[in-house]
Design a protein around this ligand. Structure first.
Ligand code: FAD
Length: 375
């Protein structure tokens, strides 16, 4: 039984680890070069909040201790108003529950290394899927050496929000998709360490709620913070000069300015990412081709659950294979039936949390409500 996984990101690499434990022959096809030796792309979400949902999957493949060794637990939100004192809001009444800031690159590399170390798993980098015949499992990849055609018994699309597998299934008339783009973009900035120490409290997820927009910051193991601006689409273009950028931050994010010496360079050179929710129906075809993770159901990042949710997909698919005696034809529809309701719920919650983070967390009423919930 040959399984092809398209995309060696977080979902694909984890999936390969799980399928290897079943004794399957798995090939990962990744359009990029090996991330363990290649340069990280500038300004592309360098850390993720990983919660118990994600850790559960890592625990099952024995990787949780390695990943958590460099994780930074964040036990609450730290609200930065325009003026006035910082406001720490714990995630739990006991104050000890946390989400973990984890480097996306390190997590991907750990998963990839674990996957290729497993019996039966191989990986082909610089292989970009360009054609798929989902009924027979025939794929064509564009590679630096030209086009390569391969076949597999099962094809799993773990190739992210802009999935080529999904696009091929769409062209075959097998799936319908709806991509709801948010009228917001995101851009990353950085706060370096100061004298070798964190410039802000590393035990919190920092939020600068500003009504219709916001900024967040998560700590990194090198004692820097990665900030992400979530602003209405188009508003990034309004600031074009160093003085204009500095003035804007001085007025709206005054405590950031002294902590971000590279602000202007980051702002002018880091890309603006798009945000959206992907709805796909169905997620599988012919009982042998399926979509998982962002390829099936990308969500906006405000609940910090996209990767966690993708990891749950992998655990559930593994469970479905257990429950069907390893029959892909039965496991894939079962996987979709069990997961769809959950992924639709998290997509809605992620959108709702944007309003909470950018606006409500700054309100005294919200704070009181949280205190009541915690008592
Ligand atoms: P991806 O990470 O997109 O990986 C897809 C892989 O497929 C890539 O390696 C890509 O190169 C490859 N690929 C693409 N096309 C092809 C092709 N044609 N052929 C071969 N390979 C291909 N989630 C959380 O849980 N917590 C967070 O805090 C969080 N924060 C986020 C912040 C931001 C700003 C954003 C944008 C997302 C955030 N997410 C977070 C969501 C998380 O990043 C995604 O849910 C997660 O990366 C999905 O993993 P994936 O492997 O399905 O897709």
């Amino acid at each position: 039984m040959k399984v092809a996984i398209v995309g060696a990101g977080l979902t694909g690499s984890l999936l390969a680890c799980f399928l290897a434990r079943r004794g399957l022959t798995v090939t990962l096809y990744e359009r990029r070069p090996d991330p363990r030796v290649a340069q990280v792309e500038r300004g592309r979400s360098i850390n993720l909040a990983i919660s118990e949902r994600g850790l559960n999957a890592l625990r099952k493949i024995g990787l949780v201790d390695e990943v958590m060794a460099d994780a930074l637990p964040m036990k609450g939100r730290m609200i930065h108003p325009v003026t006035g004192a910082l406001d720490f809001q714990a995630y739990s009444a006991s104050g000890d529950r946390a989400i973990n800031s984890i480097s996306r690159g390190a997590l991907n590399n750990a998963l990839l290394t674990a996957a290729v170390a497993a019996d039966g798993v191989s990986v082909e980098f610089e292989h970009r899927l360009v054609e798929l015949d989902s009924a027979v499992g025939r794929m064509v990849f564009a590679t630096p050496a030209g086009k390569v055609s391969v076949e597999a018994d099962v094809v799993l699309g773990a190739d992210g929000a802009g999935s080529a597998v999904r696009e091929q299934l769409l062209a075959e008339g097998i799936v319908a998709e709806n991509v709801d783009f948010l009228d917001y973009g995101y851009k990353e900035l950085s706060i370096p360490a100061v004298d070798g120490e964190f410039a802000l409290d590393p035990g919190a997820l920092h939020i600068w709620p500003r009504g219709t927009s916001m900024m967040i910051a998560l700590p990194n193991p090198d004692k820097s913070f990665t900030c992400t601006l979530f602003w209405p689409a188009g508003s990034f273009d309004a600031l074009t000069s160093a003085s204009g950028i500095e003035d804007h931050f001085r007025i709206n994010y005054p405590d950031l300015l002294p902590l971000a010496p590279n602000l202007v360079d980051d702002y002018l050179n880091n890309p603006v990412g798009v945000l959206g929710t992907v709805h796909t129906l169905p997620w599988q075809a012919h009982g042998r081709t399926a979509l998982l993770g962002d390829a099936a159901h990308a969500i906006v990042p405000f609940y910090g659950q996209g990767a966690n949710c993708a990891f749950e997909d992998v655990v559930e698919l593994d469970r479905c294979l257990d429950d069907t005696g390893g029959s892909w034809a039965r496991a894939l529809p079962l996987f979709e039936a069990r997961r769809r309701e959950n992924t639709e719920a998290i997509a809605e919650m992620a959108l709702a949390n944007f309003v909470e983070m950018r606006d409500k967390v700054a309100s005294p009423v919200f704070r009181l409500q949280k205190q009541i919930e915690h008592t």
